[in-house]
Design a protein around this ligand. Structure first.
Ligand code: NDP
Length: 313
């Protein structure tokens, strides 16, 4: 296995990773960034981003990430394809294995690995993987033009996915386990006023059915109540939008996380329990999880890395 020594290693290529790369390269830290499993991060799977300051007309997620990437490249950040597969953070310099074949030793480490979409945990999700089950409407919505689809979840992601799909599909069912939506008011209003979105409140998914792919969903309405009722709906696509799991697994032996797996940082800073290791973006943020907050913490992580490296000299 080859070993390479760098001053500042950034793992992840969402708004947090790229912003950290912009700041770290402008501070002459010669950062190396590995893009990870999903280059560009979660925003590459969203449609319109309307709430990132500086884009009065909105911008698509993939375009915004391309802009951030170009900005990081402009200042000389070394952006590489590769996935961090193992870490040894027992002492500095910290060791991160990439693709199980190369070890990067680094003085400062910025973890910006983001979070991954959650599934319900049903056997049928695996059975119909790639055959009608998806966690990304923007990626797969195209296949369901003029068809019927279901989206699970009641948050902003679910509403966004349902709205996106409503522009393609004939009918969208939004399966919500509570009697209300958790999404922001503006998203709720858009969903509730869309003519081809039906919100199924107080419904839970029991399973999926279909011969050669998803043909429908088995639902249970008002589970556990006296008027509990089983309902089937006919759909060709089943989209999950029920939140995310932080991608912190490979750091857990060394880095403190909360019970869900979000990396713990010192309040108001990107500092983890290890000196010289910083966390930015969704991997350390159970509360806000916005592109702009991720970019902000990416900036903070790079500034802290610079200070750490300066003091270490
Ligand atoms: P959230 O955690 O906000 O919502 C998850 C939703 O999925 C909830 O309605 C939850 O139900 C439901 N859910 C969770 N587990 C299950 C389950 N096992 N079965 C059925 N339903 C389930 O996640 P989001 O991804 O929607 O949003 C994350 C953050 O990102 C939020 O802060 C959100 O505001 C933000 N966001 C902002 C956007 C924007 O501003 N453009 C776009 C997308 C996200 P319950 O309510 O019952 O817990």
């Amino acid at each position: 296995m080859t070993t390479e020594k760098v001053r500042c290693l950034i793992i992840g290529s969402g708004p947090a990773g790229y912003t950290a790369a912009i700041y770290a390269s402008r501070a002459n830290l010669s950062p190396v960034l590995y893009e990870g499993i999903q280059p560009g991060g979660q925003l590459t799977t969203t449609t319109e981003v309307e709430n990132f300051p500086g884009y009065p007309q909105g911008i698509t997620g993939p375009e915004m990430m391309e802009d951030l990437k170009k900005q990081a490249e402009r200042f000389g950040a070394d952006l590489r394809i590769g996935i961090a597969t193992k870490t040894d953070l027992s002492k500095s310099p910290y060791k991160v294995t990439i693709d199980d074949e190369k070890v990067i030793e680094t003085d400062a480490l910025i973890i910006a690995t983001g979070a991954t979409a959650k599934y319900l945990g049903l056997e049928d999700e695996k059975k119909y993987a790639g055959m009608g089950v998806s966690a990304c409407a923007t990626c797969d919505g195209f296949f369901y033009r003029k068809k019927n689809v279901a989206v699970v979840g009641g948050g902003d992601t679910a509403c966004e996915e349902a709205l996106y799909l409503s522009g393609l599909a004939k009918q969208v069912y939004l399966i919500v386990r509570k009697p209300f939506l958790r999404a922001s008011k503006v998203m709720q209003e858009r969903v509730l006023s869309a003519s081809n979105i039906t919100v199924l409140f107080e419904h839970n998914t029991l399973g999926l059915f279909g011969e050669n792919g998803v043909e429908g969903v088995h639902l249970i309405k008002r589970k556990g109540e006296t008027d509990e009722e089983k309902v089937d709906i006919a759909v060709d696509g089943f989209f999950l939008a029920i939140g995310h799991t932080p991608n912190s697994e490979i750091f857990k032996p060394w880095i403190e996380t909360d019970e869900v797996g979000y990396i713990k940082v010192q309040p108001g800073t990107p500092k983890t329990n290890l000196e010289g290791v910083f966390a930015a973006g969704d991997v350390a943020d159970p509360h806000y999880r916005q592109a702009i907050t991720a970019a902000g913490t990416g900036c903070m992580a790079a500034i802290e890395a610079e200070r750490y490296l300066m003091n270490k000299k």
